[in-house]
Ligand binder design. Structure first.
Ligand code: SAH
Ligand code: SF4
Ligand code: F3S
Length: 487
């Protein structure tokens, strides 16, 4: 889609265009020139590495960063060797945040032995003023700091770093802008994330995401469908539609539309064989969506439906805007309308004020819904969120004890749920070579379960009928019943 020549031509004259994405094309061209000089001086190609922390949204952002850097002329390398290292950070829980500081210590050391290397930090953590203050004060070896709203500007920021010395900081508080038509480099040839919206308006009281990702903005459906068509033409068979709350897609567009409509349009795209999406907020999940999923041949039999807590009292304090009963009713409805669907969830233990009774409500929902998988988190206090200043924070030991009661229950149920498919033949997308079992590939079923089966690496990216021979806890061992694509 992009040719280097276009960028070389775009870099003309001393004044960059004001309009995007043309402005970034100009800077990609400019960085190409700067890099060529440096490569000549060193007599070798220059390399980059993007390290991603956090969620799928960040992973997709990292692909965009990599796409821009490749157009500039960088080659990908390991973090230990790269001339330009970017950390795309996450701050959803304190642990995520601490992990980044841990890695930074290592990088500081690395830079001492390779003073020419450049280091950039971006992503959600950079949207916290306290973090940037700390980095400015004590992490002078970081060359570039930018945020979530201006990642599209990487080429422009890099030009600054390549031409000038010192730490360069550019973090925006928010934006209305969605810049389209910039390169991205996919991690997988056959599957890709597709952003359908950015930001979040829900303000769940524990969550920092609305503060670091800004207000909800939906992408123009024409741009989304165009991107999917291009991906399909490029060999992508599975897309994951990404947003913090996909069920409210389209509400704020000049011509309002909805997520169910978008899914119907996506379904029409030839070449796309599987559609996934993430994340659904239970309060906005429409009956229309259930029907679209039910009728669809392409939408995967998997729904991630974050519960957070099973206690209506806690849900209210979390500002989730549904009750225990409403959630149970919704889950029940989805299971009965779409047989075989896999339901997964997120659960937080130890939200301020959580009592033993509240926690038992969470256990009760877990047992009633029988999740196929659940991501369990210990509540983490995030500065600036309403929950952080609630006064009845739960004692650490108590939270830990509850957490370790929840995990085995979740796992027991997930195991039982997984076991039901033994002996059946399922459509499996071969995703990668299995590193542990020689001659085996690892694939994924529509319901998101993994299957390991003998197969040739040339089959990666294709869909096969696979007989599930043995369930081993959370995954299956299987055999392809045909080497032909299921299409
Ligand atoms: N937009 C998605 C999820 C975003 S964050 C949604 O609404 O479901 C992913 C998960 O991290 C959340 O579902 C929640 O379970 C967890 N999480 C968010 N903030 C947290 C916090 N302060 N402490 C512990 N877990 C948190
Ligand atoms: Fe956070 Fe709630 Fe928005 Fe999800 S919906 S990102 S949990 S505020
Ligand atoms: Fe983390 Fe930002 Fe995602 S805080 S979970 S990377 S939106």
């Amino acid at each position: 889609m992009f040719h280097h020549i276009e960028f070389d031509k775009a870099y003309s004259g001393p004044n960059p265009p004001a309009k995007e994405p043309e402005r970034q094309y100009y800077f990609i061209g400019k960085c190409r020139k700067l890099l060529e000089k440096e490569q000549e001086r060193l007599g070798r190609p220059l390399t980059f590495h993007v390290t991603t922390f956090g969620c799928q949204m960040n992973a997709r952002d990292s692909e965009k960063l990599a796409g821009i850097l490749e157009q500039i002329g960088y080659e990908e390398a390991s973090e230990e060797e790269a001339d330009f290292v970017i950390y795309n950070t996450c701050t959803v829980r304190e642990n995520a945040n601490l992990k980044v500081y841990g890695h930074l210590g290592r990088l500081k050391h690395e830079k001492k032995s390779r003073p020419n290397m450049k280091i950039a930090l971006c992503g959600c953590m950079m949207q916290e003023p306290e973090v940037v203050k700390k980095l400015k004060k004590s992490y002078g070896f970081v060359d570039l700091i930018f945020g979530t709203h201006n990642i599209f500007k990487l080429a422009e920021l890099l030009a600054e770093v390549l031409e000038n010395k010192g730490q360069f900081v550019d973090v925006w508080e928010g934006t209305e802008e969605i810049v389209e038509k910039l390169p991205a480099d996919r991690k997988y040839a056959f599957k890709s994330g597709v952003n359908i919206m950015f930001g979040c308006n829900n303000f769940c009281s524990y969550c920092i995401v609305p503060y670091v990702r800004g207000r909800e903005r939906s992408r123009d459906p024409r741009e989304i469908l165009r991107e999917m068509e291009e991906l399909a033409a490029d060999g992508v068979v599975e897309v994951m539609l990404l947003g913090q709350n996909v069920n409210s897609y389209g509400k704020n567009l000049p011509e309002p539309t909805n997520f169910a409509w978008l899914l119907r349009k996506a379904e029409e795209i030839e070449g796309i064989r599987r559609i996934r999406f993430m994340t659904s907020h239970p309060k906005d999940l429409s009956e229309e969506l259930i029907q679209v999923m039910k009728e669809s041949k392409k939408i995967c039999r998997h729904l991630h439906l974050p519960l957070q807590s099973g206690s209506t009292r806690i849900l209210e304090k979390m500002n989730r805007r549904y009750t225990k009963e409403q959630y149970l009713e919704l889950a029940e409805r989805i299971r009965s309308e779409i047989p075989g669907i896999s339901l997964t969830t997120d659960i937080i233990v130890g939200f301020p004020g959580e009592t033993e009774e509240d926690f038992e409500d969470t256990m009760d929902v877990v047992r009633k819904v029988r999740y196929d998988n659940a991501y369990t988190f210990i509540y983490s206090r995030r500065t600036g969120t309403p929950a952080a200043s609630m006064d009845n924070q739960v004692a650490k030991e108590e939270v830990q004890a509850r957490f370790f009661r929840l995990i085995p229950e979740v796992q027991r149920i997930a195991r039982e749920q997984a076991a039901g498919l033994e002996g059946t033949v399922q459509e499996v997308l071969a995703e990668e070579i299995n590193e542990h079992i020689p001659g085996c590939l690892t694939g994924r079923m529509s319901n998101n379960l993994l299957v390991h089966f003998p197969g040739d690496p040339s089959r990666i990216g294709k869909l096969f009928p696979v007989r599930l021979e043995e369930c081993r806890g959370f995954y299956y061992m299987g055999k392809a019943v045909s080497q032909d694509d299921c299409g």
